[in-house]
Design a protein around this ligand. Structure first.
Ligand code: HEM
Ligand SMILES: *[C@@H]1O[C@H](CO)[C@@H](O)[C@H](O)[C@H]1NC(C)=O
Ligand SMILES: *[C@@H]1O[C@H](CO)[C@@H](O)[C@H](O)[C@H]1NC(C)=O
Ligand SMILES: *[C@@H]1O[C@H](CO)[C@@H](O)[C@H](O)[C@H]1NC(C)=O
Ligand SMILES: CC(=O)N[C@H]1CO[C@H](CO)[C@@H](O)[C@@H]1O
Length: 327
């Protein structure tokens, strides 16, 4: 019985993604790609932190109850939404703003047609390639969720102090392999992390003195971070680049950095040491094409994870609110 139910759920899930197609908006909104790309390009030029922000927003949306724009919903009197879970504390405003702007433009040209979940998937793809990463086709037709709950977030996303075991399990539970995990982690080739996310690696490491740092770190890197983060408790907005070598460029320097002890987050540095992940880190550090190829494969997989189609979702009029406002 349980087995049967499992098969049923499995077929429901795969048929949802099977309904997606490359030309979903061909007739209803033929300029969808151009419209999104125009808005996103302008936004990225004016606010260069947008790209990394949107990429992270997309990951957080997909891993928490599927790629259904549930992360875009605002909290109201009745519901604390995903984006206000504690782990979200740093999802950047520019990333939300990019999607809101794209939606506003689409609503003028094809009202009520393009879902926020599709906008987020397309915008992410466009920004990755704008930053120098690979371009890949995206199947469309996602619907937006009817729910968004902060309570689902913690158990579906890993923190920077998680063990590799825990992250591999988390990914496996959603059908993602170790290879997916290592390739997707390459997203940390762009963007920032706040000091609080790695402070335990650079201050009082293992209950050591004030400047005891994680010995897997390059010493000069650790000392530079100690300086940058000296006042982070007073000013929690202090953040540093994830990839200190080419911070705004989507390339394979993230992996090369790990081999030199220049990984920022504990989880980053650990994938260079764990025997399950280290060979992939080495491969991607040596061969950017291999990284791009695997990244594209894993992003396409991520972008159809848990999608809603048909009557299991709606096309929101505004990305931050359900159409039925009491919902
Ligand atoms: C699986 C383990 C992962 C962990 C533990 C993790 C953790 C983190 C943390 C702590 C930050 C810093 C947030 C901040 O302080 O503002 C961050 C940033 C970021 N993460 Fe991850 N992450 C993981 C996987 C991913 C994946 C799979 C992607 C995308 C495919 C991703 C994309 C990003 C991006 C682009 C940033 C920079 C955001 C910005 O600059 O606004 N991460 N991540
Ligand atoms: C959708 O549009 C593209 C580009 O204009 C075209 O190549 C494709 O054949 C169209 N598909 C359908 C089903 O109309
Ligand atoms: C990881 O950090 C969070 C807060 O950022 C904390 O609640 C949790 O106890 C930490 N976990 C471990 C294993 O240290
Ligand atoms: C790098 O990876 C690509 C894609 O997998 C492959 O075609 C190419 O042969 C690799 N290059 C080297 C030097 O191994
Ligand atoms: C608890 C917390 O800091 N929540 C934040 C989550 O992200 C949103 C969007 O940036 C913020 O508005 C919340 O304050």
């Amino acid at each position: 019985m349980l087995f049967f139910l499992f098969l049923l759920l499995l077929s429901a899930a795969s048929s949802a993604s099977a309904k997606l197609s490359l030309d979903y908006y061909n007739a209803s909104c033929p300029r969808v790609h151009q419209i999104i790309s125009d808005i996103i390009t302008t936004k990225q030029i004016n606010s260069p932190t947008t790209g990394a922000g949107v990429l992270r927003l997309f990951f957080h949306d997909c891993f928490v109850s599927g790629c259904d724009a549930s992360v875009l919903i605002s909290t109201n009197n009745f519901n604390v939404a995903e984006r206000d879970a504690d782990i979200n504390h740093s999802l950047p405003g520019d990333a939300f703003d990019a999607i809101v702007r794209a939606k506003a433009s689409l609503e003028l040209q094809c009202p009520g047609i393009v879902s926020c979940a599709d906008i987020l998937a397309i915008a992410t793809r466009d920004l990755v390639s704008m930053l120098g990463g690979p371009f890949y086709p995206i199947r469309l037709g996602r619907k937006d969720s009817f729910t968004s709950s902060a309570a689902y977030v913690e158990s579906n996303l890993a923190r920077a102090n998680a063990s590799i075991d825990k992250i591999i399990d988390l990914f496996a539970a959603k059908g993602f392999t170790v290879r997916d995990f290592v390739a997707l982690s390459g997203a940390h080739t762009v963007g920032f992390s706040h000091c609080s996310e790695y402070a335990d690696r650079i201050f009082h490491f293992n209950n050591g003195g004030p400047f005891a740092y994680d010995p897997t770190m390059n010493p000069r890197f650790a000392q530079a971070l100690q300086k940058a983060c000296a006042n982070y408790l007073k000013d929690p907005t202090i953040a540093t680049f994830n990839d200190i070598m080419t911070p705004g460029k989507f390339d394979n320097l993230y992996y090369q950095n790990l081999l030199k002890g220049l990984g920022l987050l504990a989880t980053d540095q650990k994938i260079a040491a764990d025997p399950r992940t280290a060979p992939l880190v080495k491969l991607y550090a040596e061969n950017q094409s291999a990284f791009f190829e695997d990244f594209v494969h894993s992003m396409q997989k991520l972008s159809i994870y848990g999608v809603k189609t048909g009557r299991n979702g709606e096309v929101r009029r505004r990305c931050d609110a359900f159409n039925n406002l009491s919902g």
